[in-house]
Design a protein around this ligand. Structure first.
Ligand SMILES: *Cc1c(COP(=O)(O)O)cnc(C)c1O
Length: 390
């Protein structure tokens, strides 16, 4: 195999941990039963695997087992949360509040609902990517049914103050949803103390398999209603029908278990590597950090580079390091990242950006190589005069 570039795109996805794969394997072959088959042992075995995963995942966010609904990932969980609340509560109001820097899996369902007659307020953020809590307070109205604010941003790693937002929503009687795809296993999450009513999760950002995630739905104080978006066999308390993918769910549970167990050491290591990378690259002129440096995921670094063409920079780095510019989901188009634009970056600075996502398996040697390669590439491009068209 050819030498592949160093993988530093852990906000797009992560390699699966071998321990996760090991936990999953028996559920493909030996324990292949349908968890809905209540009449025989094949069904019971699958159900037992799922139950264990459900316990782990619920425990990780201080939820009850019956509050976890498995989905195909965070995109589906976001859609289920937003459309499910809109459909269940439209007679109470048609106003939804979210933030300009959300993932497309939140923004697009909101825009879809706008076409159906809902009103959505997309709150701006400050230059560091943080939400203004006073503005949130002022934006909540009589007819507001839902506030959706992500826990950790997938591009700039910024952490929103979930506890404060939850308190505000709780006081005003508004349902609070958070997309925690990037946050679970990395920062402490507690649906009780943070007053979170709905939380989207996914496995593949934390070294689990792709194609599985969950929506946490609060069942008590208050009981949150969600209109199902997929009907059929009535699985997952009739909220999300479809035969459960046992191996994926077992892997999701294992991934969460490992993430929680390794969290402290892993965060410390990743922060050190990230800080080193930033320290090295920021010695160049014309480098801007995108997002707050403190309230941030430890493994995330996002920079904008002046006087360099964004596409040329990615191309120059492509053989050494796998990173992305803007979000992975929009990197095929030349549209500048909506997140960086929301921070007030110019179009050219938003385009000439790099997102580094450091993960569990990255080493110090790799980060040193990446720092050098990035510095060299920026220097060479600036010297060659391939600049951003302004
Ligand atoms: C990755 C991601 C998603 C989408 O999750 P999938 O499981 O890939 O559907 C949604 N929101 C955020 C913040 C993400 O990082």
């Amino acid at each position: 195999m050819n030498m592949r570039p160093i993988y530093l795109d852990c906000h797009a996805t992560t390699p699966m941990d071998k321990r996760v794969l090991e936990a999953m394997m028996p559920f493909f072959t030996d324990y292949f039963g349908n968890a809905s088959s209540v009449a025989h042992v094949y069904g019971w075995e699958a159900e037992a695997g799922i139950k264990k995963a459900r316990e782990i995942i619920a425990g990780a966010i201080n939820a009850g087992e019956n509050e976890i609904i498995f989905t195909s990932g965070a995109t589906e969980a976001d859609n289920l949360a937003i459309k499910g609340v809109a459909e269940a509560y439209f007679d109470r109001g048609k106003h939804i509040i979210t933030v300009a820097t959300e993932h497309k899996a939140v923004i697009e369902p909101c825009e879809y609902l706008m076409d159906l007659g809902f009103e959505v307020s997309f709150l701006p953020v400050n230059e560091s990517g943080l939400l203004d809590l006073n503005l949130l307070q002022e934006t909540i109205r009589e007819d507001t049914i839902l506030v959706s604010v992500m826990a950790a941003n997938n591009e700039i790693g910024v952490l929103q103050p979930l506890g404060d937002i939850g308190q505000i929503c709780h006081d005003r009687g508004v349902i609070f949803h958070t997309d925690a795809a990037q946050a679970v296993g990395k920062i402490p999450l507690d649906v009780q103390s943070m007053n979170i009513d709905l939380m989207s999760l996914t496995a593949h950002k934390i070294y689990g398999p792709k194609g599985v995630g969950a929506l946490y739905i609060r069942r008590r104080h208050p009981r949150v209603k969600i209109a199902s978006q997929i009907q059929g066999g009535g699985q997952e308390q009739k909220i999300r029908s479809g035969t459960l993918c046992t191996p994926n769910i077992v892997g999701f549970g294992k991934a969460v278990e490992l993430a929680i167990a390794l969290r402290e050491t892993e965060n410390e290591t990743q922060k050190q590597l990230r800080d080193y990378l930033w320290q090295e690259i920021s010695q160049l002129e014309g480098i801007t950090l995108n997002g707050d440096l403190e309230k941030r995921l430890p493994g995330n670094l996002n920079i904008s580079v002046e006087n360099v063409d964004g596409a040329a920079l990615l191309l120059a780095l492509q053989r050494t390091v796998a990173v992305s510019s803007g979000s992975a989901c929009t990197s095929e188009s030349t549209k500048p990242s909506h997140v960086l634009m929301a921070l007030g970056r110019s179009k050219s600075l938003a385009q000439a950006s790099l997102r580094f996502g450091i993960g569990r398996f990255n080493t110090e040697t790799e980060i040193k190589q990446v720092a050098q390669a990035t510095i060299d590439a920026i220097g060479a491009l600036r010297k060659s005069g391939i600049r951003t068209k302004t």
